[in-house]
Ligand binder design. Sequence first.
Ligand code: HEC
Ligand code: HEC
Length: 397
Amino acid sequence: MEHRTSIIVTLAFLCACEPSVQLTNSQVNLIKEMGFPGAPPLDPTNRYADDAGAAGLGHALFFDPNLSRNGEISCATCHLPERGFTDGLALNLGLSQGVRNTLSLLDCAHQQWFNWDGQFDSLWSQAHGPMLHPREMGSSYEHIIDRVRGEPILCNQYEKVFGLLPQPPLTESQSETIVANLGKAIAAYERKLVTGRSPFDRWVERWKQVGAPSDLAGVTLGGFSAAAQQGLATFTSRGECWKCHVGPLLSDGEFHALGAAPRNDLIADSARFGAIAKLQSNRYRSSGAHSDAAQGEQAKIVEALVARSDQWGAFRTPTLRNIGKTSPYFHQGQFATLPEVLHFYSTLEGAVTMDHHRESVLRKTDLSPDEIAGLLAFLKTLDGDDPPIQWTINPWN
Ligand code: HEC
Ligand code: HEC
């Protein structure tokens, strides 16, 4: 590793019997960038992204099972507020069993690409996916629009934000516009699902306030223990986690093929490789007719994407924020617990080489039991305070 070791920062512990943690300059810089992300970035593709009325409508839609074909499945069936907006299952279960693990929606508005494979380039275009997916909510444009028109609460909220619903029969373009608007309302709601500071964030903030990190020698702060500091040191050095889990989300936002063995009853998942073509043909993409910034930055990036063979089987590096609330882990829920995840990184046991490439950056790290214990303690400090309760309750109750 090409760390500059000229400046070594020592975090001495209150308890003199603990070994001290030494950080290089580049570790210090990595850690400073891992602090609290603040408000999600603006989304110019959705002019209603921060509209209060749209968020209220999105909140009602999110908890409405009547949008689904059988009237029983809402977004909240799989994204349960009390489970960090996941379902606790390895593979999601809607109208029938799906092929991927349910992602948390906490802090999702910070992402650039959505779903494990980044098949969507905005939160609002993502929202149509589960409503229409035959295994998830199995709905149709017609069914969704009829539900909004027929339920006065939804209809009023819709018309306050987007203007009068046109009378049927609708043209294809009218239907598409309504569905795009509903997605934009759901996205406005999802932007409210941001978590507050975690124990780690509070520690980093204190660290920055004090100035030179060495000034904080001996400061462990509530919830950020000596063991967590050891784990952070491993995370940013020998553990190699920092190669992908960097920045405020502890994710590079990129796609990597780690080669964790897939569940043997599932067909191989091409992940990012296959997702790019789907994204570029999605009528709701950021460069499409329903985007509010079709010439914007994200639109240009989307149009320029080209699938590369090394993206075959590559999944988005997940955020590690709130990781304590979102088990099981990996795209098929391959690992039930964090110790199982760390065992995988340490040994690469069961890893498969994809038909194409496995990520060359991922190496077996042979972590010691102490290093694993430290990493676990660190990962446990990444759960932030829950989003405001008004957004986590079911508004239909
Ligand atoms: C049947 C279970 C199920 C239902 C119902 C469901 N989801 Fe999901 N959700 C998932 C799964 C599984 C993923 C990961 C999908 C993938 O990567 O292919 C996901 C991913 C997402 C993501 C991406 C998060 C990220 O970080 O990229 C968002 C946003 C989301 N869902 C919102 C919704 C909304 C809004 C609804 C309702 C309209 C909904 N979901 C309904 C299971 C579900
Ligand atoms: C080469 C990039 C890379 C490195 C290095 C890396 N990760 Fe990951 N991490 C990922 C990706 C990509 C996934 C999702 C993989 C999948 O679903 O197949 C992931 C998944 C995870 C998960 C599960 C998250 C979830 O929500 O399911 C945890 C926890 C995790 N990594 C922690 C770590 C730790 C701790 C280290 C260091 C010991 C580490 N990672 C090293 C890229 C990386």
